[in-house]
Design a protein around this ligand. Structure first.
Ligand code: ARG
Length: 452
């Protein structure tokens, strides 16, 4: 490879596809057993293959495996080593199989496992959100639209919004798992194989629910990889939005939260800094995960049937997405429980007059004023308070009455908590509704068990 005319490195994938060794070996073991059961190879050869593969696996796991880049990929490395270990019987393993259906199998097996881990991790994140919601269940904070303080909401309601997002992410991963749960092995290079194989047996052995219906599709389909990466991109988008809020909330300007020390870092020159680096990095890494998805979609868009070597390019971006998603999930599951809400600060902002303007309009509606008109009255009133530099709560009743004679002492009873409590319809932020949401979430987590 030092030779300027040696371009063999261009085709090599062993430095990344070796991650699939467990799946590749499991597929080969099942394949060898099936071949023997069908009388396609001898029982003794199959037994030698299975034993040899166990040694290969051990060597890989102990770091003793002699990886050889000149053999290009994982499949050839394992087959060559098997040959060194057990001799000519190794040559019978690839009967009725092609690397094309083999790699499709490896990717499907791998993605199934990855989804199991991601879902279990997202359950832990949901548990952390629920824990925060419970810890601060009665705290009212400002809810925002346009990043302007809008209406009081329970902090628990805000946390449960993220619970819902991750619930949908789990649903998408489950959908993807269902479509990945199809055995491609037995499709051969593209047309099927001229041996009496038993694909149902393979599916059963490898834990697949069904077998692929079209060999040409099975060797060239990477939809399931795209689906996973799309689901991962969405999930990262949710983490990124949450990160953005944590970053804002941890700032001096907001002062809503304090993040645990392990998840902040100091500045090398400014001693007072507590930078929310983990949240910033999650937000930053999200962009790379989007890029991985775009990369694969672009790789696939021009491919004729069936297998094309371009398909080898599915892996690096995919593994990057897997690693980024799994580590981000783990970071958030660990970081969220240590979040400290500055309850006095958020409650005092939630009770500021501007936050209650909608409630005062609703108060006038209660006295018979049409909502549009009430809205207009409150607009004028808020402008007046702004001009005078006075808060709504401190405005004398006489001044209120200059805007509408219907105002009475009841205006001073409108508080942030009363405002939240009034939003007592399904999905609203009233404490009773939020308590219901928490109970429902607990039930979801209980039914999910460990999540996988
Ligand atoms: N390394 C290849 C991949 O990842 C495996 C299949 C190779 N097949 C072939 N006909 N060269 O897609």
């Amino acid at each position: 490879m030092n030779n300027a005319n040696d371009f063999s490195a261009y085709t090599v994938s062993i430095h990344y596809d070796r991650r699939l060794y467990r799946q590749d070996i499991a597929g080969s073991v099942a394949h060898a057993q099936m071949l023997a059961k069908q009388g396609i190879i001898g029982e003794e050869d199959a037994a030698a293959i299975v034993d040899g593969l166990a040694i290969v696996k051990q060597e890989i796991e102990s770091g003793d495996f002699p990886w050889d880049a000149s053999l290009e990929d994982l499949h050839m490395n394992i087959e060559r080593r098997l040959h060194q270990l057990i001799g000519p019987a190794a040559g019978r393993l690839h009967t009725g199989r092609s690397r094309n259906d083999q790699i499709a199998l490896d990717m499907r097996l791998y993605i199934r496992e990855v989804i199991g881990e991601a879902v279990a991790g997202l359950r832990a994140v949901q548990r952390a959100l629920l824990g925060l919601a419970r810890r601060y269940q009665q705290v009212v904070m400002p809810g925002y639209t346009h990043l302007q303080r809008a209406q009081p909401v329970l902090f628990a309601h805000h946390m449960m919004a993220y619970f819902e997002m991750f619930q949908r992410d789990i649903g998408r991963l489950d959908d993807c798992r269902r479509r990945a749960d199809v055995l491609p092995l037995g499709s051969g290079a593209l047309a099927g194989v001229p041996y009496p194989t038993d694909r149902e047996f393979l599916a059963w052995e490898l834990g697949f629910s069904s077998i692929s219906a079209n060999s040409m599709d099975a060797v060239s389909d990477r939809d399931f990889v795209v689906e996973f990466m799309a689901a991962a991109a969405l999930c990262m988008m949710h983490f990124s939005r949450m990160s953005e809020e944590l970053i804002l909330w941890a700032s001096g300007e907001f002062g809503f939260i304090r993040l645990a020390d392990e998840f902040t870092t100091g500045s090398s020159i400014m001693p007072q800094k507590r930078n929310p680096d983990f949240a910033e990095l999650a937000r930053g890494k999200t962009g790379r995960v989007y890029g991985d998805l775009m990369g694969l979609l672009t790789t696939l868009k021009g491919l004729p049937l069936t297998y094309n070597r371009d398909l080898q390019e599915d892996k690096e971006g995919f593994f990057d997405t897997v690693d980024t998603l799994q580590t981000t999930i783990a970071v958030f599951a660990a970081m969220l429980p240590g979040l400290e809400l500055q309850t006095e600060r958020v409650e005092s902002l939630a009770g500021e007059s501007g936050m209650l303007a909608t409630d005062l309009a609703d108060y006038l509606v209660g006295k018979g004023v049409p909502f549009r008109e009430a809205h207009g009255i409150m607009r004028e009133l808020c402008r007046h308070c702004d001009d005078e530099g006075i808060k709504l709560q401190d405005l004398p009743l006489d001044d209120y009455r200059r805007f509408s004679p219907l105002f009475d002492n009841g205006v001073y009873g409108i508080t942030a908590m009363a405002s939240a409590a009034a939003r007592d319809n399904p999905g609203g932020t009233a404490p009773g509704r939020v308590a219901e949401a928490l109970a429902r979430a607990e039930q979801i987590l209980e039914e999910a068990g460990d999540g996988a």
